[in-house]
Write a protein that binds this ligand. Structure first.
Ligand SMILES: Cc1cc2nc3c(=O)[nH]c(=O)nc-3n(C[C@H](O)[C@H](O)[C@H](O)COP(=O)(O)OP(=O)(O)OC[C@H]3O[C@@H](n4cnc5c(N)ncnc54)[C@H](O)[C@@H]3O)c2cc1C
Ligand SMILES: NC(=O)c1ccc[n+]([C@@H]2O[C@H](COP(=O)([O-])OP(=O)(O)OC[C@H]3O[C@@H](n4cnc5c(N)ncnc54)[C@H](O)[C@@H]3O)[C@@H](O)[C@H]2O)c1
Length: 444
């Protein structure tokens, strides 16, 4: 670094879009600063993935107990208060842990809200911090419906911090958060209704599998209202009334607005320094460079085709690390990025979808009904199907699965898809037996 700047690289935001790459970058001797207005580590550890999967653990256990009913006796009752406390026990130490990792390689953590002043300067509470390169990694915030009574709704973070489980919960939206939290709240004993403005939920997932999950949730008492245009929310003595489709109403004790997430592009000086952005996020080129040459973007705040998920943010922060360390000048080449919705059963996918393969003679698909597999019978899995998509060379190019262990199955298939392994190479992947990996690779 020419001593003209405080830092070689200055990040705004401390989530996975930053710290996974910033730590090894600082380890190469670069001087790194990280500005964070809130909790170190960002959304995923503090109010996203880690928190949610902790709340989900007893749901998994209750499904397993239900499936093995008779083999084991007695049911599972989820204690919401204890589960919520358990979540805090798991996640509350994460900001200090992540900060400790950053400090161990001499990263300066600058607490406060960062705004760009010029292309080499960010202001943190009025104090200038200069850098040769700046990375905007500010993530997203919950989108909120703009309707009368919107102040009576809550977001996903408030759901995870509920000290007592409300009796009647209405969730507006039909995406990841809606379906995962409907699963958790229903299993913990709440009366749950999912309202969505479209005619389906989880639109980006294979609908025959989504329909199985919806049917299962309905059988457990979750109410779905499709094509519901919510127009207003009114307070009543013990809760609220949600009006939709002109003349219909439903009441709730607690309302979750799960209508998506919006990139954090406002109020950070993008216009002032000329960084281009849209409502989908910051515009970057194939080097994650913004319209201002020495300003980059990473993670959820980018306007991109790839899913806005933690693995994508990690990959981008590692990509930038190699650029800044001088190891590579190659454009970013995203690998096949998997995604999973943590309903119970889960739906996971990677690569080409069955829909992309249908009516396309370049691809063929095979299907497997997983409860036929002896290993899935060990836990008496009831819902379980997958579709594997192959190209003309019979290389695996995509997979999607609905099952209790879909995330592990799809993870197992990643090397085959990413490295286009042929039959001989697949034969060299020797897995532990018995395991999900053994059964999954055995299908290829
Ligand atoms: C409820 C929920 C569950 C999720 N579950 C999963 C999951 O299971 N798996 C998965 O892969 N993904 C999941 N995600 C998505 C995942 O959390 C994000 O993809 C990931 O956190 C993106 O990381 P990021 O660094 O880009 O942004 P973030 O983690 O959001 O970090 C951005 C940081 O920037 C800070 N910041 C913003 N503006 C400023 C500013 N001006 N100055 C200083 N600091 C600023 C914020 O405070 C924040 O800490 C979930 C998200 C939510 C909301
Ligand atoms: N398992 C995971 O990886 C995971 C879990 C949770 C969240 N996330 C991340 O967080 C993001 C946000 O999750 P999300 O569920 O809020 O968003 P989402 O984009 O997945 O779903 C938003 C839903 O709201 C609906 N909607 C939008 N406007 C509406 C309106 N006016 N009225 C009714 N419905 C409306 C959409 O049709 C959609 O069903 C995800 O896209 C994902 O990137 C990931």
């Amino acid at each position: 670094m020419a001593n003209q700047y405080d830092y070689d690289v200055l990040y705004i935001g401390s989530g996975h879009g930053t710290f996974d790459g910033a730590i090894p970058l600082a380890n190469t001797g670069k001087k790194v600063g990280v500005i964070e207005a809130d909790l170190i580590g960002g959304t995923c550890p503090n109010r996203g993935c880690n928190a949610k999967i902790t709340l989900d653990a007893p749901v998994k256990l209750s499904r397993l107990t239900e499936q093995l009913s008779g083999v084991v006796s007695g049911g599972i009752a989820i204690n919401w208060e204890q589960n919520e406390q358990h979540m805090h026990d798991v996640i509350d130490g994460l900001p200090d842990m992540i900060a400790g990792l950053m400090k161990s390689v001499n990263i300066d953590i600058i607490k406060g809200y960062g705004t760009l002043k010029d292309n080499h300067t960010a202001l943190v509470d009025g104090q200038p911090k200069t850098a040769a390169n700046i990375v905007i990694s500010t993530g997203q915030h919950p989108h909120r419906l703009d309707i009368p009574g919107k102040e009576l709704t809550h977001d996903s973070e408030e759901f995870m911090n509920l000290k007592h489980l409300p009796r009647k919960i209405v969730i507006i939206g039909g995406g990841y958060i809606s379906m995962e939290f409907a699963t958790i709240a229903n299993a913990a004993g709440a009366d749950v209704t999912v309202m969505t403005h479209g005619d389906r939920v989880l639109r980006k997932f294979y609908q025959p599998f989504v329909n199985q999950v919806v049917a299962d949730l309905k059988s457990r008492g979750v109410n779905f209202i499709f094509n519901a245009k919510v127009s207003r929310i009114d307070k009543i003595t013990d809760g609220a009334t949600i009006s939709y489709n002109d003349d219909q109403q439903i009441s709730a004790d607690w309302i979750l607005d799960a209508t998506g997430r919006t990139p954090n592009v406002d109020g950070i000086g993008l216009d002032q320094v000329g960084v281009k952005y849209s409502e989908k996020g910051i515009v970057v080129n194939d080097h994650l460079q913004t319209s201002v040459a020495n300003i980059y973007a990473s993670g959820d705040v980018i306007d991109k085709e790839q899913p806005k998920l933690t693995p994508t943010a990690i990959f981008e922060s590692m990509y930038l690390m190699h650029q800044f360390a001088g190891d590579s000048e190659e454009p970013i080449k995203y690998p096949a990025i998997p995604s999973v919705v943590f309903t119970s059963p889960r739906i996971a996918k990677v690569g080409f979808s069955p829909d992309q393969a249908s009516n396309n003679t370049d691809y063929e698909t095979t299907t497997n009904h997983l409860p036929d597999d002896w290993y899935r019978q060990v836990t008496k899995e009831k819902i379980g199907d997958n579709v594997l998509v192959y190209n003309q060379k019979h290389q695996l190019v995509g997979a999607t699965e609905v099952s209790d262990q879909a995330e592990d199955a799809i993870n197992t298939l990643l090397p085959a898809i990413e490295f286009k392994l042929d039959v001989n190479q697949l034969g060299r992947l020797v897995t532990l037996f018995p395991s999900i990996a053994a059964g999954t690779l055995g299908q290829l």
